[in-house]
Design a protein around this ligand. Sequence first.
Ligand code: AMP
Length: 393
Amino acid sequence: MNVLVINAGSSSLKFQLLDTKTREVYAKGNCERIGIDGSFIGYNVKDGDKQKLEVALPDHKTAIKHVFEILAGAGFDTDKIEGIGHRVVQGGWYFPESKVVTDETLGWVREVAPLAPLHNYAEADVIEICREMFPSIGNVIVADTSFHYNIPEKAWRYALPRDVVDKLHIRKYGAHGTSHRYIWRSTKELLGDDVHKLVSCHLGSGASLSAIQDGKDMDTTMGLTPLDGLIMGTRCGTIDPATVCYLVREGGYTIDEVDTMMNKQSGLLALSGISSDSRDIEDGVNKGDPNCIMAFDMFYYRTSQLIAEMAQSMHGFDTMAFSAGIGENSATMRMGVAKELEWLGVKVDPEKNKVRSDELRVISTDDSKIKVLVVPTNEELMIALDVEELLGK
Ligand code: AMP
């Protein structure tokens, strides 16, 4: 089935057209700076070189129009596109699984938008535009929170007054669920009956862990929002929640300033003082920069601590999988985290770890108690497979 996957942000729109049977990617790209000066679309058609189309993108509707023109130019007219899958960041309490777009389900995306205002409103608008422009193509909503929705109540409930959490729908929603689901699926395909308790580590500029027992999510590190849990590129992860009150009361910051500080000015960027990108920080480590060394040490410490926490929620683990930008590419980060976990029986083979590859692979030693994998994630494929399942019949 030919599925177009759309991942819309407030000022960007990523797209990928792929065939779910052959898994071939026909075209992919990103419309950037929508609604801002200097907008453009960077894209590839099949294995061709990257192209850049400098074009005014005053709104998402114009961006989608151009995406369909690019696809038509590559031989994919509208009638060859059999479904559209939309990534939605926050599914709230309505999407324990992916759902076909109807007036009702689209309304739900907007209803839960206050939990992710920067994403959900834009995503809902784009879904609406696709329905209007291409009424013959079915649309599916794939929420990033779905996979975590049925974790046990003791894992999702916050110890706040019941009337408050009920009224405001406060709970752990998590994120990166589509990626964690794909990581489980790939790990299971490779290991079969040898995997039951997996700690899935999606380590990119945003980062989260998931405890997955026989395909069911048991806990995850992100919370009400994607700020919780691990130290990330620019996000602080878990800190004492009273820090927010202290910053407002004693530091004189507004609540919006604290929000920006914790989401955009913290994490590896704040610790290293130079960059949110692990490659830049690794250069700093190699030059002996103490702030960069501390940034990496803290990343290993917190990540390994939370891996142990995820393992605790399953009373053990047999497998862990590294994925996303850092997990797939940084041998240094993988080894740093794995070394912290040696006492739990994690042993990574330095030679296997060093190999650069786009393939799913095992990097633990043969005598490691815990199997350690690198799994290139593929959220787009996972979304497309959901579209196939829901619309394919
Ligand atoms: P993601 O959000 O999954 O795209 O991950 C982005 C992050 O992955 C970047 O900010 C880098 O820290 C890291 N990253 C990407 N490529 C590499 C690489 N080749 N080596 C080390 N880290 C990388």
